[in-house]
Design a protein around this ligand. Structure first.
Ligand code: FAD
Length: 391
């Protein structure tokens, strides 16, 4: 942690007074240690630091006034959404103001004709789907933290999830933002269409970890829910065969709605925890979801089944009902807590490798695991080569 700037800390009283002028609402400026404590870290809990103060603005004008004041007076700021980030983006600094965006929690407009939803940045990822599902729509990017994480945080981290292989990451689903620059200027970038004239500034903002400004309004694309979705469990005698099957499915031109893989330690821990019906006598399990019109899904299920057989699959089971499809997924979605049950702690790595080299990387990891005497369970978004070894 860098040494805090003493000059800033010496001005803390004045800074608090200035923030209270901007946000007069009771509770809008947090200064006591016990109330600052919940903000001391994000999902990267190995690092903790109390912020100098926390402010909770309620509108764009307040955000602009805060940033203008901080820029003029050379005070650092750290934007914060729900604090679920795993890379320490919302980790406070002792000489900085944490700006929590969680009071920006309203859905502002649903534009069915343009298939767009306009929301405030503190709305949760799942909250967007909840707001449009009664008309058969949803918001596609689905990080596992979607029940809690905010769309503002998703933009800053360009978050992805199971459905991103087919439907894209946050960057492919955000159409426009209103944001306040670090200097305190209010900007509008993009709109309700897929592409805007000029430089792709939205592409720069998405994934910029809150370093370019604070997003105060978001317009996202909403999609029609697929008519049908079915999941397929495929078991293999080696991770290598499972990895090869992933590459073969994609090479055949099939883009599943979800394509996840787990190795034997992850399968065992998960099955003991949620009883999702996973086979315990395989070394690798693929969970493939195919979605779309019924006739297309039936055809693709058949094709993927054949590809898997050619790749050496020794187990195959197709979900026969919506309950069963959700049960298959409940295993994958509970894999992390399942590992937490069998080990006092674990380190989760997050890396992406070329899909075609999955089996090579998995074999290499097994060798390293033996060499260092450390257990590794692998759970990953196989379709886009995003690995999560849990060490
Ligand atoms: C159990 C668990 C599972 C997860 N699964 C996934 C997953 O599948 N995929 C995935 O991508 N991530 C995943 N994550 C990580 C995390 O949930 C995402 O990165 C998420 O987007 C963070 O959102 P947040 O609201 O919690 O942001 P925070 O953690 O509060 O902040 C994250 C970053 O966003 C910035 N920020 C927040 N709000 C704004 C704003 N309005 N304007 C500008 N910058 C802002 C912050 O400064 C920080 O840099 C997971 C985390 C957990 C704990």
């Amino acid at each position: 942690m860098p040494e805090p700037d003493q000059n800033t800390l010496a001005r803390r009283k004045d800074i608090i007074a200035a923030m209270r002028d901007i946000i007069p609402t009771p509770g809008g400026v947090i200064v006591d240690d016990d109330q600052l404590r919940p903000y001391e870290c994000d999902g990267l809990m190995a690092y903790r630091q109390l912020p100098m103060i926390v402010v909770l603005p309620e509108n764009t004008a307040q955000v602009a006034a805060i940033l203008k004041y901080c820029h003029t007076n050379k005070i650092r700021v750290v934007p914060r959404g729900a604090g679920t980030g795993l890379s320490g983006g919302a980790l406070p600094m002792a000489d900085a103001i944490t700006i929590s965006m969680m009071k920006f929690n309203r859905v502002l407009d649903i534009d069915w004709d343009n298939r767009a939803a306009v929301v405030q940045p503190g709305v949760t990822n799942l909250g967007i789907t909840r707001a449009v599902e009664h008309e058969g729509f949803y918001y596609a990017p689905d990080p596992s933290s979607q029940i809690a994480c905010s769309i503002g945080g998703n933009i800053a981290e360009n978050s992805g999830g199971v459905h991103c292989l087919k439907y894209g990451l946050t960057t492919n689903n955000v159409l426009g933002v209103e944001m306040v620059t670090i200097e305190g200027d209010i900007l509008r970038i993009g709109g309700k269409g897929l592409d805007q004239a000029g430089y792709d500034l939205l592409g720069i903002v998405t994934g910029s970890e809150g370093l370019l400004g604070i997003v105060t309004e978001v317009t996202v694309r909403i999609l029609r829910k697929p008519e049908t979705a079915r999941a397929l469990l495929l078991g293999f005698n080696s991770s290598e065969e499972g990895g090869n099957c992933v590459a073969a499915i994609i090479a055949a031109g099939i883009i599943p709605g979800g394509l996840e893989m787990m190795d034997a330690p992850a399968i065992k821990a998960t099955e003991e925890f949620v009883q999702a019906g996973y086979p315990l006598d395989v070394e690798a399990l693929l969970l493939v979801e195919l979605d779309g019109p019924q006739v297309e899904v039936d055809y693709l299920i058949d094709r993927v089944g054949k590809i898997a057989k050619d790749c050496g699959a020794v187990y195959s089971r197709i979900s026969e009902s919506e309950e069963e499809r959700l049960l298959f997924w409940s295993g994958r979605k509970n894999a992390f807590p399942a590992i937490g049950r069998i080990s006092p702690d674990y380190m989760c790595m997050d890396g992406t490798i070329p899909r075609g080299r999955l089996s090579e990387v998995l074999t290499g990891m097994q060798d390293l695991s033996k060499q260092h005497g450390l257990g590794v369970a692998n759970v990953f978004h196989a379709g886009d080569g995003n690995l999560h070894p849990l060490i």
